[in-house]
Design a protein around this ligand. Structure first.
Ligand code: SAM
Ligand code: DTB
Ligand code: SF4
Length: 341
């Protein structure tokens, strides 16, 4: 029996950013239809519910990563068939960005398989950011942990968002990744925030965590002050050779619940139905949109694994009567600190 007393989850959204774990766990435990109804209400209060952001990903430096993230095909220590490559030349990045724009994407996210960028690598990324932004796309980068001054340099280059995920609840983080800790992630998020770059931060579900641990991840995100402007909810893509390959599959409705709870607890954030859509099927994706997801990765590849074909996504959006978001910086996506909202 999952029903919890309504009192624990009474307000549709909290007046400030403080979300006790118990309140988030109680949201997860609501009857499915009640949870989706509330998520849809919050969604409509904060966004045009017919609109979805299309973000395209490009791996600008693939494979050979020294970290040991148990889910990741790019960790050098796992035999996954991903070979380490050098950083892509600027022209290739710009060609991919132009194609993404031509297909209707408004955000372009550049990912690198680094623990942290070296200063000389960052120079090249700065150039990519400047040029992609000049094409009229929102820019996002995910390069690992940032050292002193690196976030400021990216801000100066015109970076709009930095993606850095907390991935899971703190108490199981060490079971998934041992080469860095939670505090490292939080420190990078603070330096991104301090530099004035918008924060894109989420996690992965389906890594063997419990429902309470999923609530623990959302609690971490929702209680960041302010919470992230952009929240990618990834479903684990199981890749042969990684330690998490072969783990029991998550009930897809738990993924939908996670999206809904993210929407309710971070009402103004772009909630992205991120990795794992190809394996999900249309019906689960439709439920995620109903649960308040309003962003997707768009393009036939994520970083190294597959994503639905662009044409299939267009058909799905059409079927659901959803429109791609028009270009331009998200006006409603400026999160204010608690007390200012
Ligand atoms: N190396 C940088 C880092 O870890 O921050 C940036 C790239 S890393 C691939 C970006 C994110 O991709 C990870 O934090 C993780 O959330 C997600 N990711 C990686 N492999 C995944 C998988 N197999 N399934 C779902 N998400 C995955
Ligand atoms: C995020 O949260 N998910 C994306 C992006 N940010 C960088 C990455 C998903 C990677 C899935 C596995 C792969 O394709 O290598
Ligand atoms: Fe490296 Fe990032 Fe993959 Fe971890 S998630 S192994 S840091 S590329």
């Amino acid at each position: 029996m999952h029903f919890q007393p309504q009192a624990a989850v009474q307000p549709l959204t909290m007046p400030d950013a403080v979300w006790p774990l118990e309140a988030i766990a109680a949201l997860f435990d609501l009857p499915f239809n009640d949870l989706l109804f509330r998520a849809q209400q919050v969604h409509r209060e904060n966004f045009d519910a017919g609109e979805v952001e299309l973000a395209t990903l490009l791996s600008i430096k693939t494979g050979g990563c020294p970290e040991d993230c148990g889910y990741c095909p790019q960790a050098a220590r796992y035999d996954t068939g991903v070979t380490a490559q050098k950083m892509l030349p600027l022209e290739e990045v710009l060609a991919a960005a132009a194609q993404a724009k031509a297909h209707g994407a408004t955000r372009f996210c550049m990912g690198a398989a680094w623990r942290e960028p070296k200063d000389r690598d960052l120079e090249k990324v700065e150039e990519m950011v400047r040029e992609v932004k000049a094409m009229g796309l929102e820019t996002c980068a995910t390069l690992g942990m940032l050292g002193e001054g690196q976030a400021d340099r990216l801000k100066l280059a015109g970076l709009d968002y930095y993606n850095h995920n907390l991935d899971t609840a703190p108490e199981i983080y060490g079971d998934i990744i041992s080469t860095r800790d939670y505090q490292h992630r939080l420190d990078t998020l603070s330096s991104v925030r301090d530099a004035g770059i918008k924060v894109c931060c989420g996690g992965i579900v389906g890594m063997g965590e419990s429902r309470l641990q999923r609530a623990g991840l959302i609690a971490q995100l929702a209680n960041l002050d302010p919470y992230p402007e952009s929240v990618p909810v990834n479903h684990l893509v199981q890749v042969e050779g990684t330690p998490l390959h072969g783990i029991d599959a998550l009930d897809p409705l738990e993924f939908v619940r996670t999206v809904a709870v993210a929407r309710i607890t971070m009402p103004k954030a772009r909630v992205r139905m991120s990795a794992g859509r190809r394996e999900m099927g249309e019906a689960v994706q439709a439920l995620c949109f109903l649960a308040g997801a309003n962003s997707i990765f768009y393009g036939d590849k994520l970083l190294t694994t597959g994503n639905p074909e662009v044409d299939d996504d267009r058909v799905l959006l059409d079927k659901l009567g959803l429109r791609p978001r028009a270009s331009g910086i998200d006006a409603r996506c400026s999160i204010e600190a608690p007390g200012q909202a």
